[in-house]
Design a protein around this ligand. Structure first.
Ligand code: MIG
Length: 821
């Protein structure tokens, strides 16, 4: 393929022949073979100029733009012959200038663009670019100047960046890749792919998140390579001292995002690409899915079982068989003669109905969706104007071009009837897009790309994101004031603004359970906190133990749904016999008790960009060992879990980060900063709570909103230092929070050998209906003799129970509680 003579000594140092082959791998290239091309590198900087917050540097031909985006974010773009592409991004909705202070100076060797926090240095002689902090420590720098190859088949360029990697640098991000949590040593690519029963290490998968984090001790930074073409990343794999990323086309355009903490990088990545909308509270409950529940009597039977067995559940899913011949927006009237009535009856029993919608529209002149799409010219076309046709579930299909805003508008409107029928959420599948046989579209398919035009090479990775965007926006219009719930399989950076995701067609194996814990942590660090796996495994048969362990992990997956393929045995929480049913119930109940805490974590994600799942490497990034601890993480700020992912496991070694922790089950106090051995009988899993936490708990309900509670419980853990906790509340399913109708409570606790205080402050315009808090004060190191609540002595009992708790009931508006020895 390659003309090896083209590889000069210089390039050989940088890329092996193997890498060159892979680097320019052509996707479904229907045209000619690869022709020899020459790699070109930026040379020396010859001139510069400035326009507002944009700085331009040129080597006489190629130009580089350096833009100050914020104090902590700088964008770099490169144009091989000086002409930049139109500035448009699906990931970053607002690329325009943000108010910030910056300065520019020139020395003999370099130019420097500085903000208050960071600097971008452009070296004159070799055009290398470096990023430094405000005391001039280099955080990240080019190992090779940015380079490119002309693409003779399609026009444009393959674009490359190669940066220095330190010997111990750890890497994170990139969505839900199935390699080790620390990406160091991996080479990975982004090209959305339907990967049924994917294997460990298989790549690419369903989503493309070209964002990574590099960590060196206490410093870290992020690189967001905002390029929708097929992108590839090499994390010190080819060369232990280098990290490279490159794309099949588009612009070499990336954002440098400053830390120094890993969690800061993630928060700032959210500033660029947005956060999740606050989901309706019910969407955080347990969801039961299967391919497929039909007819109506089966759906009802499943629902009845949940209620009779008293296993909480909020949502039931209808997979493709609810449709008439898999035609989107239709019903199979034989199976579901009166969907509106059925959905209403389910709703009366506390179940939300979620239905699947695929992108393929059946070619059928008697089907109104096809006719409309055809008349309006909304379906994708090949380069010579033939329709893009492919076989999916409905048979021969055409596919809406979701990158066209008019098509998205139309698509959104198609949900009117489903919304009127009472459907509460929509599940978008097959939107990589997946096509039977060929995998996906040929790359010559044309797309509107919001007016910026492109082939499928450019639009492939955003197709699914634009589909779920159209779905979300459409539902939002239909529901008026209610929050829509959407879930998507494919996505690109920023997809979190429109949807939750699941990791696709996993397998019922212990290996996949373990992989799932890694995938969800990684998604969470990559901007997609609202994620989950098919509990139990999609294909294959879990045994009872595996299913139960997966439910336990599911409690601490932001999205909690059991799902299974059609050819598997029954897969509900009661399918494995009474003993297991009882444990599954206990853990689903735990999820429901923790919902106010989980909901607060979602608020912190939505409002402040905090990732919901945080690996221990994020808590203590400077400790090298933590970069190899994969199977434990915190959910939100306060609760650390270590899901059991081995069969027959009797105990597990868990590392607790520095500070004090309580065992959730026994209330034993444990000094962190060390590994401990935790017993893991099947009816338990390692759960720890930070000392000083105030964790809200809901009374047990069978579904969200089953009744209006007259009190809320808080678990208050003693600490001998000051700790803050936050708790968020609102209506749970409206957009009133956008008008500040919500409540954020802050608790500050502190204690010593003979006293413990809890302070509360409340912000916001929302008033909950309950009046009372049931406070459980856990593990006081002294015998309480007196409790003062807002200057009054508390009259009730001060007896501790067997779990070292005292329980007191106080008014929800208390300001100050003091427990004294
Ligand atoms: O070609 O709708 O990942 O969750 O049950 C399979 C049927 C299509 C793949 C999804 C899976 C879903 C299934 N779908």
């Amino acid at each position: 393929m390659e003309d090896k003579k083209e590889i000069t000594e210089e390039t050989q140092n940088q890329y092996s022949i193997e890498q060159l082959d892979e680097g320019i791998q052509h996707v479904n290239n229907p045209v000619v073979g690869v022709q020899p091309v020459e790699k070109k590198y930026l040379t020396a900087v010859k001139e510069y100029n400035q326009l507002y917050n944009n700085f331009y540097f040129s080597d006489g031909d190629a130009r580089v733009e350096v833009r100050v985006v914020s104090d902590e974010i700088i964008r770099v773009r490169m144009a091989p012959h000086g002409t930049f592409l139109e500035d448009f991004s699906y990931a970053v909705p607002q690329t325009e200038q943000r108010a910030t202070v910056f300065s520019f100076n020139e020395t003999v060797d370099a130019y420097k663009v500085s903000t208050n926090t960071i600097a971008c240095i452009i070296y004159k002689e070799n055009f290398h670019i470096a990023f430094a902090d405000n005391i001039d420590t280099i955080i990240n720098e080019d190992a090779i100047a940015m380079h490119w190859e002309e693409n003779l088949d399609y026009g444009g360029y393959y674009v490359y960046a190669t940066k220095k990697a330190t010997e111990t640098e750890a890497f994170y991000g990139l969505g839900d890749k199935t390699v080790d949590l620390n990406l160091r040593g991996s080479r990975l690519q982004n090209w959305n792919s339907d990967t049924y029963s994917f294997a460990k290490g298989q790549d690419p998968l369903y989503r493309s998140i070209p964002f990574y984090i590099g960590i060196n001790g206490e410093t870290s930074y992020g690189i967001f390579f905002d390029n929708t073409f097929k992108t590839q990343f090499d994390f010190a794999h080819e060369n232990a001292g280098q990290t490279s990323f490159w794309a099949d086309g588009g612009e070499l355009q990336y954002y440098y995002i400053h830390g120094p903490k890993m969690i800061d990088v993630v928060k700032r990545y959210h500033i660029l690409t947005g956060t999740h909308q606050l989901p309706p509270m019910w969407a955080l409950g347990f969801h039961q899915c299967r391919w497929s529940y039909y007819p109506e009597s089966k759906v009802k039977d499943i629902a009845r079982n949940f209620r009779e067995r008293k296993i909480p559940c909020d949502a039931i899913y209808l997979d493709i068989d609810y449709m008439d011949g898999y035609r989107c927006f239709t019903w199979n009237k034989k199976y579901f003669p009166d969907p509106k009535r059925m959905i209403k009856e389910l709703a009366d029993d506390g179940f939300k109905t979620v239905v699947i919608i695929d992108p393929g529209i059946k070619v059928d002149e008697n089907y109104w969706v096809f006719r409309e799409g055809k008349e309006k010219r909304y379906f994708c076309r090949r380069c010579d104007d033939y329709f893009m046709e492919g076989y999916v579930w409905p048979g021969r299909c055409q596919f809406p071009d979701f990158t066209n805003p008019e098509v998205r508008e139309w698509w959104g409107g198609l949900f009117k009837e489903l919304a009127e029928t009472g459907v509460a959420g929509v599940w978008n599948d097959m939107n990589e897009p997946a096509v039977f046989g060929t995998g996906t579209f040929p790359v010559d398919v044309r797309h509107n790309y919001d007016g910026y035009r492109g082939s499928h090479r450019k639009a492939h990775n955003v197709y699914g994101m634009q589909m779920v965007r159209a779905t979300y926006d459409g539902l939002k219009k239909q529901y008026k004031s209610k929050r829509p719930f959407t879930i998507t399989r494919a996505g690109y950076s920023g997809v979190q603004r429109y949807s939750s995701v699941w990791t696709g067609d996993n397998v019922a194996s212990w290996e996949h359970l373990k992989l799932g814990t890694v995938q969800c942590q990684r998604l969470s660090m990559s901007g997609i906190s609202f994620c989950g796996t098919d509990i139990g495994g999609f294909s294959g048969e879990p045994d009872a133990e595996l299913f139960t362990r997966w439910i336990q992990f599911g409690v601490f997956s932001p999205f909690m749904r059991a799902h299974s393929a059609g050819d598997t045995r029954e897969r509900e929480p009661w399918s494995f016999g009474e003993e297991y049913e009882a444990i599954n119930r206990k853990f689903i109940e735990l999820r429901y008790r923790l919902l106010p805490y989980i909901y607060s974590a979602f608020w912190e994600q939505h409002r402040y960009g905090f990732p919901i799942l945080r690996p221990v490497a994020m808590l203590e990034q400077a400790d090298q060992t933590n970069h190899y601890r994969e199977n434990e993480f915190t959910f939100g700020d306060k609760i650390l879990v270590a899901p059991v992912t081995e069969p027959g496991q009797k105990s597990k070694i868990v590392y607790l980060p520095k500070g004090k922790w309580y065992d959730y089950w026994t209330h034993d106090l444990i000094e962190g900063g060390a590994e401990i051995t935790v017993n893991t009988p099947l009816d338990s899993m390692p759960i720890f709570v930070r000392a000083g936490s105030v964790i809200p708990e809901s009374p047990l309900m069978q579904y969200v909103g089953e009744f209006e509670p007259d009190e809320v419980m808080f678990q208050v853990y003693y600490a001998d230092y000051e700790v803050n906790s936050f708790c968020y509340e609102d209506h749970g399913d409206t957009f009133a929070y956008e008008q500040d109708i919500y409540m954020e409570k802050k608790f500050v606790v502190n204690g010593d050998a003979s006293s413990f205080t809890i302070r509360q402050s409340i912000e916001g315009l929302f008033t909950p209906r309950y009046e009372t808090y049931d406070l459980k004060i856990i593990s006081l190191p002294f015998k309480p003799a007196r409790i003062v609540v807002d200057n009054k002595d508390y009259a009730g009992s001060l007896e501790e129970d067997e779990l070292k708790c005292i329980r007191i009931k106080v008014n929800k508006n208390f300001k100050y509680i003091q427990v004294l020895a």
